[in-house]
Design a protein around this ligand. Structure first.
Ligand SMILES: NC(=O)c1ccc[n+]([C@@H]2O[C@H](COP(=O)([O-])OP(=O)(O)OC[C@H]3O[C@@H](n4cnc5c(N)ncnc54)[C@H](O)[C@@H]3O)[C@@H](O)[C@H]2O)c1
Length: 277
């Protein structure tokens, strides 16, 4: 296999959940360009030419079951779990975490994801520093039922953006072993501010985050395509040895804060690492 073949998706079948907009749309476009047969699932309609579109609402278990039935029995080489919403959206606990996990479980159960396949999720900078929270999230990680998982997040006061992204990172790390036993890899990216419709709708908070650092180092908020590249890499053959990682794609903001190299980011890094009392 050549270097470029290892990064390409020729002959592969790929499902992009949340592929109608933003980073998911960039991912769907990129893998299609790399040769994949692409299926997009989303609550909003995808405009990607040549891709199959299946309507899906992650906030409703029946909708996920119906989308899976429409997908049929063929195998998938890669699943990209990209859909997500901001605080204030009803059902955030189901959309950002429980629905993705339910969909993954069903795809593994029916053998659509099997030997040689890969899962790439989009977490967030909000998911960084999940390690000190692993034990408090463990009960959720051990619940496999959709409704019970959603109820646990609501009852624990964790049905919010921060906790669903922390849970997603912890899930990726804890699933590396059981999934690898089935030949499946799982990874996520943790993007910093990225200029998408979702970020524009929460502009002050999402694109304001780390704006001082970006000005200081001379970079912009990233583009959806810049986030799609590492995600597409993680599910490619080129990343065959990588599983269980939550890759930070934030232009160095978190690293600059945790090392005090850029002191204004130190408190947020310490908060995420559980080091602020
Ligand atoms: N934009 C940022 O700055 C940023 C930073 C870190 C992480 N993220 C994460 O990146 C991911 C992609 O977000 P984006 O910024 O590209 O936003 P986006 O709104 O452009 O894309 C999100 C997609 O999820 C879909 N979606 C929303 N609710 C859904 C539901 N109930 N069922 C199925 N699909 C649903 C939307 O229709 C949309 O196509 C999200 O998980 C988000 O939390 C975004």
């Amino acid at each position: 296999m050549s270097l470029s073949d290892s990064f390409l998706y020729a002959g592969k079948r790929v499902l992009v959940v949340g592929g109608a907009s933003g980073m998911g749309a960039a991912t769907a476009e990129l893998v299609k360009d790399a040769g994949a047969d692409v299926v997009v699932m989303d609550v909003a309609e995808s405009k990607l030419d040549g891709a199959t579109f299946i309507k899906l609402n992650l906030a409703e278990k029946d909708s996920i079951d119906a989308a899976l039935a429409e997908l049929g029995d063929g195998k998938l080489d890669a699943l990209f779990s990209c859909a997500g919403v901001a605080d204030g959206t009803p059902g955030i606990e189901r959309i950002n975490f429980v629905g993705h996990r339910y969909l993954i479980d069903r795809l593994v159960e029916k053998g659509a994801l099997g030997q040689g396949s890969a899962i790439g999720a989009i977490s967030s900078a909000a998911g960084l520093g999940w390690e000190p929270n692993l034990e408090s999230l463990r009960p959720l990680l051990e619940i496999s039922d959709y409704d019970e998982g959603a109820k646990w997040l609501v009852d624990s006061g964790k049905a919010d953006y921060f906790n669903t992204k922390q849970a997603l990172c912890a899930y990726v790390a804890t699933q590396a072993y059981p999934l690898m036993k089935k030949g499946i890899r799982i990874n996520a990216i943790c993007p910093g501010p990225t200029d998408t419709p979702l970020a524009q709708a929460n502009k002050e908070m999402w694109l304001g985050f780390g704006a001082d650092y970006r000005e200081e180092v001379g970079i912009e908020a990233s583009t959806p395509l810049e986030q799609a590249y590492p995600l597409v890499f993680l599910c490619s053959a080129a990343a065959g040895a990588i599983s269980g990682i939550t890759l930070v794609s934030d232009g160095g903001y978190f690293a600059a804060g945790r090392t005090d190299a850029y002191p204004p980011a130190a408190d947020i890094a310490k908060f995420l690492l559980g080091l602020l009392s």
